[in-house]
Design a protein around this ligand. Structure first.
Ligand SMILES: Nc1ncnc2c1ncn2[C@@H]1O[C@H](COP(=O)(O)OP(=O)(O)O)[C@@H](O)[C@H]1O
Ligand SMILES: [Mg+2]
Length: 274
């Protein structure tokens, strides 16, 4: 297969981007493993990118103890973020003006990627110090352009604003999931994201509006209402109390049962994107 599909998961904060990103990684792996068994295929590599400054994808993937905000007693292991790395390189640059930050950066990125059995993880981190977050976003675009070539899939849990994707990357994004819930605000954000997606050059067919946390019985009503506002819903993920319970307890998505309603919904999305 063609290597290096990039899947961005975007949408208003709280709609379920992180939950769906983590589940999507799980379901892509499952999907490919099942197909691989049939085809005798090779291992699939996935890169998970947490691009939300309020990083919580590591938690959903079972690595939450590694962040500075983590509560675990495992203090030896900490995930270092792209933001921190940039900060320390800029400090070095002040001491040594000849330092080529960009090439140093490319070498160092490998050091901060967390390598797990089933996936690799890169955390962008919070903006460091006062001022603009843009340089980190610039770095993310650079990563999307190069690093992703080493993986079969890159799943990006985006920040709400989508700033990091709003300028075209040379590679583009292969699919964008725009997550919305039953709130009007999330629909407005989805409409805005569609415009950005057009700017980035995502084919309309690869932009999937995903309605998440939808209570049983309101699926059709939700679709109609959103359609009136100009959006086509590609997939409906039901409200699933297990997702909230796992989130509350800090349990990773790996342990969720296959037949949990939200898992089955994400499975359908995975089948569309692999
Ligand atoms: N399908 C779902 N059913 C029930 N709760 C969900 C579902 N998807 C997400 N949630 C819950 O919604 C909240 C926000 O989800 P999260 O993934 O953190 O959103 P975001 O990353 O977009 O801010 C969390 O408490 C999460 O457990
Ligand atoms: Mg999130």
């Amino acid at each position: 297969m063609q290597r290096g599909k990039i899947i961005a998961v975007a949408g208003k904060g709280g709609t379920g981007k992180t939950a769906l990103s983590a589940l999507l990684i799980r379901e892509i792996l499952k999907c490919r493993a099942e197909r691989g068994e049939e085809e005798g295929g090779e291992e699939v590599c996935i890169l998970a990118v947490d691009a939300d400054p309020d990083a919580n994808l590591p938690d959903a993937l079972g690595l939450g103890f590694g962040l500075e905000t983590g509560t675990s007693s495992d203090s030896d292991f900490r995930i270092r973020t792209v933001g921190e790395m940039r900060e320390s390189l800029l400090e070095e640059k002040q001491r040594d003006a000849t330092l080529d930050v960009r090439s140093e950066f490319e070498g160092k990125i490998a050091e901060i990627i967390v390598e797990e059995e089933r996936f690799d993880l890169l955390v962008m981190g919070r903006p460091e110090g006062p001022g603009c977050y843009c340089p980190v976003n610039h770095i993310l675009r650079m990563i999307l352009d190069t690093l992703t070539q080493n993986y079969d899939y890159t799943v990006v849990d985006c920040e709400a604003g989508l700033e990091h994707l709003s300028r075209r990357t040379t590679r583009g994004v292969d699919a964008m999931l725009v997550v919305l819930d039953t709130t009007q605000k999330s629909v407005k954000t989805a409409l805005r994201l569609r415009r950005i997606a057009e700017e980035i050059g995502i084919e309309v067919g690869r932009l999937l509006n995903v309605a998440n946390k939808i209570p049983a019985g309101v699926e059709e009503k939700m679709k109609e209402e959103v359609k009136r506002q100009g959006l086509e819903i590609a997939e409906v993920i039901p409200f699933d109390p297990l997702i909230q319970e796992y989130d509350f307890k800090g349990l990773p998505v790996w342990d969720l049962p296959d037949d949990a309603p939200a898992v089955a919904g994400v499975r359908r999305i995975a089948e569309r994107v692999v």
